[in-house]
Design a protein around this ligand. Structure first.
Ligand SMILES: Nc1ncnc2c1ncn2[C@@H]1O[C@H](COP(=O)(O)OP(=O)(O)O)[C@@H](O)[C@H]1O
Ligand SMILES: [Mg+2]
Length: 252
């Protein structure tokens, strides 16, 4: 279902870019423990697309998502997100940019255990200056939409893994960020819930000024993608365009 392309990110390219990464490197640790997680990675995500990233464990997928989202500093290279050069911003300005523009669904959910579900999902609105009653109203509506109506006042620890993941998804979407980044978003979800969430993400990606980037091993997700990027050993190795993915449901 995916055809390989030689992707050209020059300004002449017909597709406007949401994310443009050039030669980005990132190492963790020092001496013997030093790990070169990103080795001069080049990567693009277009406006209005859902992009899937695949690759073996440890190849740098989570690290790449984290530097794009502005949650992790990188050592060298350039990252533009919606034409904002992250490599030129001060940490405080990156935080501000992330707050407004990025929704991140973490592999480990990262929910706040002392807050109930409504409070957890309200956080991105509150830090963007929305008043609590309006924030909680919106959070409740989204929890309901994701099948968690009636659980609003529960703490995350009272929920199953799949339910916690849906709360993490609600929290990433509630402030309607231009970029949604998901690290394995369907891993703990049953088939039906996973499909519902992928449809929600695809609808978000259909906005011409937004994009959705999903890291996954789950081949049920591939049919929702516009393109697929393959990573290997700290770099992007291949980019695939998807063709007629609606016609090929169930064939992957
Ligand atoms: N905080 C960290 N400290 C030390 N090493 C790390 C850290 N995060 C990731 N790494 C290492 O960087 C490499 C890439 O990790 P990661 O981006 O998590 O890969 P993936 O998400 O593709 O499984 C791995 O070798 C991993 O062990
Ligand atoms: Mg990972």
């Amino acid at each position: 279902m995916f055809n390989e392309t030689t992707e050209d990110a020059s300004p002449a390219n017909a597709h406007a870019l949401a994310v443009h990464v050039r030669g980005v490197s990132k190492t963790f640790g020092t001496g013997e423990a030093r790990t070169h997680a990103l080795k001069g990675v080049d990567f693009d995500a277009r406006l209005g697309e859902m992009l899937v990233i695949v690759g073996p464990s440890g190849c740098g997928k989570t690290t790449l998502l984290s530097v794009i989202a502005g949650t992790l500093e990188f050592d060298g290279g350039e990252i533009d997100v919606f034409n904002t050069p992250l490599h030129q911003l001060k940490p405080r300005d990156i935080t501000e940019f992330r707050k407004r523009n990025v929704g991140f669904i973490f592999q480990q959910f990262n929910l706040i255990p002392t807050l109930n579900l409504v409070e957890n999902v309200s956080v991105p609105l509150l830090i963007n200056g929305v008043r609590r009653p309006a924030a909680e109203k919106k959070a409740r509506a989204l929890l309901e939409q994701l099948g968690l109506g009636g659980r609003e006042n529960d703490r995350p620890t009272m929920l199953s893994g799949g339910q916690q993941q849906r709360v993490a998804i609600a929290r990433a979407l509630v402030h309607e960020p231009r970029m949604v980044i998901c690290d394995e978003p369907t891993s703990a979800l049953d088939k039906e819930t996973g499909a519902r969430i992928m449809e929600l993400l695809r609808d978000i990606a259909r906005h011409p000024d937004r994009c959705v980037i999903v890291v996954t091993h789950d081949n049920r997700v591939f049919k929702y993608a516009d393109r697929m990027t393959e990573m290997e050993d700290g770099r992007v190795q291949r980019v695939h365009e998807s063709l007629n993915y609606y016609d090929q449901e169930g064939e992957h």
